[in-house]
Design a protein around this ligand. Sequence first.
Ligand code: ADP
Ligand code: ZN
Length: 209
Amino acid sequence: MNIVFLGPPGAGKGTHAQRLMKELGIPQISTGDMFRRAIREQTPTGLDAKRYIDKGELVPDEVVVAMVKERLAEPDCQHGYILDGFPRTVAQAEALDQIAHIDVALNIDTPDDIIIDRLSGRRVCAECGGTYHTSLLKEDKCPACGGAVYQRDDDKPETVTNRLAVYQEKTAPLIDYYQKKGILSTADCRGTIEENYRAVKAALEAKKQ
Ligand code: ADP
Ligand code: ZN
């Protein structure tokens, strides 16, 4: 099954996608993670993307689409995948439709006040990309792999506000885009992580039949 996760930054796309990846045995493809790795490794794509990411802007469509195209051609993607953070614009969704058949677009529906709290308390593991909320971390180490956790530059308050505005303007229209295709399914994610994950699974099941 080829799945797209939609939703505002901090909605929990990454958290749910990682868990679903293990359960379904298909890869999670996070364009945000791919960019963060590229930035750490200082590749040309990484250096290019960093200028946009630090401001909370979107990386240009051509750059993202080329990166995703390459990734989806890899052998582990041939039996399904979860796209997390892509597409983020209508142009990206159209490009994706040229190269893939998407079965379900899962909308992780989350109110703004929850988003702001999540993003400001979010920490990311530098080793495995796992994400955690400060309220659940006992030390600055990843509970899964022991790697160091850090706060993303783009989780600073000024940038968070901009990312939410960019989401409303550029990404929210995708809800309509997939609704019209008849493959949208919505999970109400205003609860605990556990409740939200159940909502995500239920929303997926609803589209399987
Ligand atoms: P979040 O979902 O928390 O906003 P991500 O890790 O998905 O964060 O993405 C971080 C940043 O990487 C985005 O704010 C954007 O600058 C860039 N990015 C990731 N995916 C895309 C994409 N599909 N198109 C354009 N920019 C992207
Ligand atoms: Zn880790």
